[in-house]
Structures are given as structure tokens and as C-alpha cells.
Ligand binder design. Structure first.
Ligand code: SAH
Ligand code: SF4
Length: 391
């Protein structure tokens, strides 16, 4: 019998697996806590499980994160890991410590079919999709590893599980489009939220999407966590160039889906991400158009309760694009704030190890294909899109 990896299961999945071994649900809960709260992978050390069950598990199951290829730590405390997900593909995971939180940025895919031209993952094209094991394995591994690195008390010795955790927030903002790998994503989210596992609140888990409208609705019904939407442009013409999925799900549909999402969302706003690209999407006119868009004054798009997060572009040569100057970013932010739109500018972290979230593993694959695609489809220049009638 081939071994089952327990990192593939949410609690219901594990209960079904235990049922197959003739074990009751509360055993699954115990096992779940061992794996996710204590980070234990050796069944023989799970002391409160009966010996026959430990022996059965040893023959039928395993707890194994994807193979670690490298670990790099930045001077500012950021840590980046690269994991092998088979077939020559790798995914990256980044831990970003801050005063009041520790955020893990997880990858959902080794490449991405959406193909945004400013994203090195998109430029790696569509790759086979990681499973729940690989998605969750990033969290399972990182929590244990960080504890080890930081010499944090093991969970059983700490006051509470929450108090002992190093990772307090998870963002699905690494490589790949999480809503295009939904069957792996959903159990992984459920484990993050489960009190018998990581016990994170819905507000502390964020899914970032380029706008897969039907799946935003699925997530709203199945497991509404915090949502970030990669907007990058305030009109359809420009957005279709920057986020090709916009041709299928244009802005009006996307903003309508965001509004529906707010019905069940754990926060009363949606985060809109906007990657600042010099002379492409960073002018004051486009900032004004963005204000009009989120107020419901552009085309058929509804007004949206949102916060803007401006992301400095992490350059990579094949993109042919440049990072907006800080002056441009500040002017853009000023227009939004003056209009009452809450706006933050993302800090760049881990620069010395190229660990910025959302721009990962670029070095891993050959970029030849990308460069060919870029030559075929150059981004049109700003002038073509700057007017509000460019829809
Ligand atoms: N596919 C999802 C989540 C992964 S990308 C999405 O697109 O939302 C996470 C964030 O990083 C997105 O907002 C994305 O637009 C941004 N991003 C991608 N490449 C980037 C780059 N080179 N510089 C800055 N941000 C980038
Ligand atoms: Fe895919 Fe997101 Fe990168 Fe676009 S930005 S190519 S959707 S990972």
C-alpha cells in the first residue's frame, strides 16, 4: 500500500482516513494536533496514541513537507525557502517578521497561466499544480523551522498554542494564482483556520487573486478569509494588458464579485493591490480614475469598500518594465488619500535575498519562452490608456 501524506488532509479528510483504519474521529483530532500544533512527523513519538494505532500509521502514512532546496536569511529577519515540487519545478515561501506579527507568504503554484507581464511567475508559464500537501507543507515546515531558528519554546511547554506560534498571519501571495488551484487551496485554508491545527483567525489569512470571478464566489461560500485583489489598473484596456485574465473577467464583473464577497468576508473592506510601473500605470490621472472607479463612477462598476496597497515593482530584466520612482508613488498615494481612499505603500523586505513576496523564484527557470512572448506582445504605452474613456 502506498503511503498517504497526512499533510494532504483537513480534519474531515483525516477523520475519513482514520475511519478507514477503524479509528474514531477523536483520534483524528489527536493526530491532527500532533502534526500541526507540535510539528511532529514521527508516529512513535505521539505518546497519547495507542501503540497499535501508531504501528498502523507507520505502515500506512507519512508526514512529509516538500524537499527543501535552499534557505536564505536576510539581515532584516526575512527568511526565504525554496522547495522542490517535482518535475524540475520549485516554489518559494517567505517569512516576514514585524514587531507585532510574523507573516508567511505561501506559493500556490510553481508557474502561473495568467501570465501578467510584470510577474516573473507568470513568465514561467503554466506548470503542474502543487497539491494540498505542498501548499500546507510550506506552512508546516516553516513553523517548525522558525521555532528551531528562534529557539522558541515547543508548543507543549508554552502557555498556549497561539502564544507559542511564530507565524501569526498567512498570505497566499507567493507564486501562482491560488484561485486556479482551488482544490488544493481549500483544505489548506481549512487547516490554517482549524483550532486543532494552526487556529488562525479568518482575518489573518489572506488570499490574493488576479480576479478569477467564479472562484471568488466559491471562496465566499466555502471559506471566506481576507481577500486581496490585484487590480493594477483603473480601466479595462490597461488592465487587460497588465492582467490578461481581465479579458475574461473585466473590471465591472470583478468589482461586483468583490462586493458580493464583502457579505461574508471577515473584514469590511477588500484590499486592492496596485503594482507601480513607471510610465505604465503610475500617473496622477490614473490615480484620479482609480478614485472614480472605487466610488462607482466609472462604467458599470459598483462602488467598493476597499483599501489600496501600492506595491513597488520588483524589477526583473525580461519584463522590460521599470519601478516607479518614489516621487511618483508618493504623488499617486497623495491623490488617493486626498480623495479619502485609505492607501498604504508596501515596504520592500529581504532585498538582499530577493525575497519580496509576489516576485519569487524568478531565477529557477529558463526565461527564454518568456522573452519570446514579450517580444510578441509588447505592453502598449501609457498614452493609449490614460483617458477614462479607454474602457
Ligand atoms: N496570483 C495572485 C497572487 C500571487 S502574486 C495575484 O496575482 O494576486 C501576489 C502579488 O504580487 C500580486 O499583487 C502581484 O500582482 C504582485 N506581483 C507580482 N509580480 C510582482 C513584481 N515583479 N513586483 C511587485 N509585485 C508583483
Ligand atoms: Fe499569476 Fe499573480 Fe503572477 Fe499574475 S501576478 S502571473 S496572476 S502569480
Amino acid at each position: 500500500m502506498s503511503e498517504v501524506n497526512l499533510l494532504d488532509f483537513d480534519l474531515d479528510g483525516l477523520a475519513a482516513f482514520c475511519d478507514g483504519l477503524g479509528e474514531k474521529r477523536f483520534r483524528a483530532q489527536q493526530l491532527f494536533r500532533w502534526v500541526h500544533q507540535r510539528g511532529e512527523s514521527d508516529f512513535s513519538r505521539m505518546s497519547d496514541l495507542a501503540r497499535p494505532l501508531r504501528e498502523k500509521l507507520a505502515g500506512a502514512a507519512t508526514v512529509k513537507a516538500p524537499r527543501l532546496l535552499s534557505e536564505q536569511a536576510s539581515a532584516d529577519g526575512t527568511v526565504k525557502w525554496l522547495f522542490d515540487v517535482g518535475g524540475g519545478d520549485a516554489v518559494e515561501t517567505v517569512f516576514i517578521p514585524e514587531d507585532d506579527r510574523g507573516t508567511l507568504c505561501i506559493s500556490s503554484q510553481a508557474g502561473c497561466a495568467v501570465g501578467c507581464p510584470f510577474c516573473s511567475t507568470g513568465n514561467q508559464g503554466s506548470r503542474p499544480k502543487p497539491s494540498t500537501t505542498e501548499t500546507l507543507g510550506q506552512l508546516w515546515f516553516a513553523e517548525a523551522r522558525l521555532r528551531e531558528r528562534m529557539s522558541v519554546l515547543p508548543v507543549e511547554a508554552a502557555q498556549s498554542v497561539q502564544g507559542a506560534r511564530v507565524i501569526s498571519n498567512v498570505v497566499m501571495m507567493g507564486m501562482g494564482e491560488p484561485l486556479q488551484n482551488y482544490s488544493a487551496l481549500l483544505p489548506a485554508l481549512r487547516v490554517m483556520l482549524d483550532d486543532h491545527a494552526y487556529g488562525l483567525s479568518r482575518r489573518r489569512v489572506t488570499v490574493s487573486t488576479s480576479g478569477v470571478v467564479p472562484m471568488i464566489d466559491r471562496l465566499r461560500d466555502d471559506c471566506p478569509v481576507a481577500l486581496a485583489v490585484s487590480l493594477h489598473a483603473p480601466n479595462d484596456a490597461l488592465r487587460s494588458d497588465l492582467v490578461p485574465l481581465n479579458r475574461k473577467y473585466p473590471l465591472a464583473e470583478l468589482l461586483q464579485a468583490c462586493t458580493r464577497y464583502l457579505d461574508t468576508a471577515p473584514r469590511d473592506f477588500i484590499t486592492l493591490e496596485y503594482c507601480m510601473l513607471q510610465e505604465v500605470n503610475d500617473t496622477p490621472e490614473l490615480a484620479l480614475q482609480l478614485v472614480r472607479l472605487v466610488r462607482g463612477l466609472e462604467g458599470d462598476s459598483p462602488a467598493l469598500r476597499c483599501k489600496l496597497n501600492l506595491i513597488p515593482f520588483n524589477t526583473f530584466p525580461a519584463s522590460g518594465l521599470l519601478r516607479s520612482t518614489s516621487q511618483r508613488v508618493n504623488e499617486f498615494a497623495h491623490v488617493l488619500r486626498e480623495a479619502g481612499v485609505v492607501t498604504t505603500v508596501r515596504k520592500t523586505r529581504g532585498d538582499d535575498i530577493a525575497a519580496a513576496c509576489g516576485q519569487l523564484a524568478g531565477e529557477v527557470r529558463d526565461r527564454t519562452q518568456v522573452q519570446q512572448r514579450m517580444r510578441r506582445e509588447p505592453i502598449r504605452i501609457l498614452a493609449a490608456h490614460s483617458g477614462s474613456d479607454a474602457r
